[in-house]
Design a binder for this molecule. Structure first.
Ligand SMILES: [Zn+2]
Length: 187
């Protein structure tokens, strides 16, 4: 087990970012031991960095692999720990729309309002290569959409009306709003 270096980019409100997070990641044809190890290392890195999701390109790996870890009680509708490792994840069907704050481990501390589907049916392969298909909702659906976007070079602020809607929680005047914003899921 090892933690990996995250691909970190500057505040896109004021800087142009590199193309490292703009690649379209390659499908995984065979789930090798090396890729299983990568998944474990990504999981460890995500937890160390206090994120709830992580995608291959965020650790400089050009592979369609995502991990997520959302503990029970993270939000009201999360009844039990959610642990996901998915190769070649795809959204099969999705519906409902909701805007909520989210952040990204590759843009430390920045958050902003992103409209996402409220539920999604997702398919892919688990760490052993077995086919899986399940329905996610709420914050779990949000995190998985964020990660699948990463595999296509799409970043969370691309889905905002304007990159100018990004902010640092400490820029808010109300302490309560600041505390709320600090709790936005980071993935
Ligand atoms: Zn992200």
């Amino acid at each position: 087990m090892a933690t990996l270096d995250l691909v970190i980019e500057p505040d896109p409100r004021y800087n142009s970012i590199s193309d490292r997070l703009r690649i379209k990641a390659e499908p995984v044809a065979e789930i090798t031991e090396e890729l299983q190890q990568l998944a474990q290392d990504m999981r460890e890195t995500m937890i160390e960095e206090k994120g709830v999701g992580l995608a291959g390109p965020q650790v400089g790996e050009n592979v369609r692999l995502i991990v997520a870890h959302i503990p029970a009680g993270y939000e009201e509708d999360v009844d039990e720990d959610v642990e996901i490792t998915l190769f070649n994840p795809e959204i099969v069907k999705a519906g409902g729309r909701e805007t909520d704050l989210e952040g990204c481990l590759s843009f430390p501390d920045l958050v902003g309002p992103v409209e996402r589907y409220t539920w999604a049916i997702i398919k892919g392969q688990d760490i052993e290569g077995g086919k899986v298909r399940f329905r996610a909702r709420g914050v779990v659906a949000r995190v998985l959409q964020h990660e699948i976007d990463h595999l296509n070079g799409v970043l969370f602020f691309d889905r905002m009306e304007s990159v100018g809607l990004l902010f640092y929680p400490h820029e808010l005047e109300s302490e309560e709003a600041e505390a709320d914003a600090e709790e936005a899921p980071t993935a």
